[in-house]
Design a protein around this ligand. Structure first.
Ligand SMILES: [Ca+2]
Ligand SMILES: [Ca+2]
Ligand SMILES: [Ca+2]
Ligand SMILES: [Ca+2]
Length: 287
C-alpha cells in the first residue's frame, strides 16, 4: 500500500515558528499554460496553532501594487490559503483560489515583492524575489519554499516546483504542502513469523521530485508490550526522481513475546518522532 501523510507543518515546525504565523510558501509569478493576467497565484501558510482571519490584512509590493483583504478569510491553524489573480479555474489554469486579487496586484516575472501586513500595518511576512540571481526564475512552475521554518526572504530556501498537482499542466502545489514527498511502500510482508526466525520484507522508497530529499528513515515495531525502533537510517538522502527497494530481514529472537505486531516503516524527523510518510503491516509472532 502506498501511503503518505501530509504533516510537514506539524508540531516541530510550529514550535520553531511561533512568531512567524503567516508565511508565504509558494509564488506562481510566471504561469505558462495561461497568461499571467489569469494564472498568477501565491500561497500563504498559517504556522500558528490558532486560526487567523486575514480580514483587513494588507498585501502589497514595494511600489504601487496593494490591496486590503475583504474578509472573512480564515486561514485555519496549519492551513493554507491561495490568493489568485483570477478565481475561475476554467480561466486560471485550474487553480483553486481562495481569494481573488484581480488587477490590484501583478507578480512580476523578474524582481518583485510580496509583503503581508496586518490591518494595523504591522509587517507579518515579506518575500523579495530577484528574477534569478538568488531565487529560482521559473516559467510554468511556481517558486516553492523548501521548509516553512526557513527564511523565505532568502532565495536559497526556494526551489522550482517540479510536480504537477493541479489543472492544465503548470507545476505547483497551490493549497497543498510543497512538494517534499517520499512514497513508502512495503511489499512481501509476512502474516506470521515464528520466534527464532526472521521477518523478511521489501521496502521501496521513492523520491518523485526533481531535487534531492534528506530525511530520517526508521522501522518501528509495536505490540502489546513492545514499542521500539528496530532499525534506523538517519539522514537518508534520496537523489532526484529516484526509487530504491531494500530487502529487510528483522530477527525475531526467542525473547520476543508472541502476539500481534504492527511494523511501520517511517520517514520523517526521528528526533521528535515526527512521521511524515509511512507504510505498515501487521504480523503475528508465533512460537
Ligand atoms: Ca507567463
Ligand atoms: Ca508586483
Ligand atoms: Ca508575472
Ligand atoms: Ca504549496
Amino acid at each position: 500500500m502506498r501511503s503518505f501523510l501530509v504533516l510537514a507543518a506539524g508540531g516541530a515546525l510550529l514550535a520553531s515558528t511561533a512568531s512567524a504565523q503567516l508565511v508565504i510558501t509558494e509564488i506562481m509569478q510566471n504561469p505558462s499554460m495561461v497568461s499571467d493576467t489569469y494564472g498568477e497565484y501565491f500561497e500563504v501558510l498559517n504556522t500558528s496553532a490558532s486560526d487567523i482571519d486575514m480580514d483587513g490584512y494588507i498585501i502589497s509590493d514595494n511600489d504601487s501594487d496593494s490591496f486590503s483583504v475583504v474578509g472573512p478569510l480564515v486561514v485555519s491553524a496549519g492551513g493554507r490559503v491561495v490568493f489568485g489573480k483570477n478565481a475561475d479555474p476554467l480561466l486560471n489554469g485550474g487553480v483553486t483560489v481562495d481569494y481573488e486579487f484581480g488587477s490590484e496586484m501583478a507578480l512580476a516575472n523578474g524582481a518583485d515583492e510580496l509583503v503581508i501586513m496586518a490591518a494595523d500595518s504591522t509587517e507579518i511576512d515579506r518575500v523579495e524575489w530577484d528574477g534569478g540571481t538568488l531565487f529560482p526564475d521559473p516559467n510554468g512552475a511556481s517558486m516553492s519554499l523548501t521548509n516553512p521554518a526557513a527564511d523565505n526572504n532568502d532565495g536559497a530556501n526556494w526551489f522550482e516546483a517540479s510536480i504537477q498537482t493541479y489543472g492544465d499542466g503548470d507545476f505547483g502545489t497551490p493549497g497543498a504542502q510543497n512538494e517534499d514527498v517520499i512514497f513508502v511502500t512495503i511489499s512481501g510482508a509476512p502474516d506470521t513469523v515464528a520466534v527464532g526466525t526472521t521477518a523478511n520484507f521489501d521496502v521501496t522508497l521513492e523520491n518523485p521530485t526533481a531535487r534531492a530529499l534528506t530525511y530520517d528513515a526508521w522501522i518501528q515495531a509495536t505490540g502489546d508490550v513492545i514499542d521500539q525502533t528496530v532499525l534506523a537510517r538517519p539522514n537518508l538522502t534520496l537523489p532526484p526522481t529516484y526509487s530504491v527497494t531494500q530487502p529487510i530481514s528483522l530477527p525475531v529472537p526467542g525473547t520476543v513475546p508472541t502476539g500481534d505486531y504492527t511494523v511501520s516503516v517511517n520517514v520523517g524527523d526521528q528526533g521528535p518522532n515526527t512521521v511524515y510518510w509511512s507504510d505498515s503491516f501487521m504480523a503475528t509472532v508465533i512460537p
